[in-house]
Design a protein around this ligand. Structure first.
Ligand SMILES: Nc1ncnc2c1ncn2[C@@H]1O[C@H](COP(=O)(O)OP(=O)(O)OP(=O)(O)O)[C@@H](O)[C@H]1O
Ligand SMILES: [Mg+2]
Length: 162
């Protein structure tokens, strides 16, 4: 059990024999614990922790779980150094909870075209990355999903290869 959020109650429904997150329950657990909904992509649903230092990314399906594990592995391998095998991309710090939920350092501003879901910036919880803040390697991150961490460093926040 995570000290801030009880994630042991997460339920997945089976659709076409594949597990899909029933996120209405996660929403209520998250909101009761002071987390706020930030945004959702094709594979993951992201919440901001009450003190805004980190986000939790819940897999919506098996691709989301794979993405979470992949991102954790990549971050762990390169830490704050550019990945020489992947256009020198710098990854956002993260750690894995219960083998499938990703705890990632929160971005204070984000860029990119996140598949039409701009709820994180629309809600005013995260600002938009300035055009001159994009690093050279952002072209190589899917939909330029890069952002600025609280320490001012720029890193990719969606960098799995799913
Ligand atoms: N570290 C972060 N800090 C702040 N907001 C974030 C962070 N990571 C993700 N988000 C927000 O949550 C949304 C969903 O997360 P993410 O892009 O990782 O999901 P996804 O399902 O992999 O997306 P896609 O459909 O692009 O593959 C993002 O569009 C962004 O608005
Ligand atoms: Mg995304």
């Amino acid at each position: 059990m995570h000290p801030l959020l009880n994630i042991d109650n997460i339920t997945y429904r089976n659709i076409n024999r594949k597990p899909v997150l029933d996120f209405s329950k996660i929403d209520s657990i998250a909101f009761q614990s002071g987390f706020t909904f930030l945004g959702q992509g094709r594979h993951r649903r992201t919440y901001l922790a009450p003190h805004a230092r980190f986000v939790l990314k819940f897999p919506l399906n098996e691709y989301g779980a794979t993405a979470n594990r992949q991102e954790h592995r990549l971050w762990h391998k390169f830490k704050n150094k550019p990945d020489p095998n992947n256009y020198n991309i710098i990854y956002a710090p993260c750690r894995l909870i219960n083998s499938s939920i990703l705890l990632m350092w929160a971005m204070i501003s984000i860029g990119g075209d996140t598949n039409g879901d701009d709820s994180a910036t629309d809600s005013g919880q995260v600002s938009r990355l300035e055009s001159d803040e994009y690093p050279e390697w952002s072209d190589y991150v899917d939909a330029e999903q890069v952002g600025k961490l609280r320490n001012g460093k720029i890193a990719a926040y969606d960098f799995s290869i799913t």
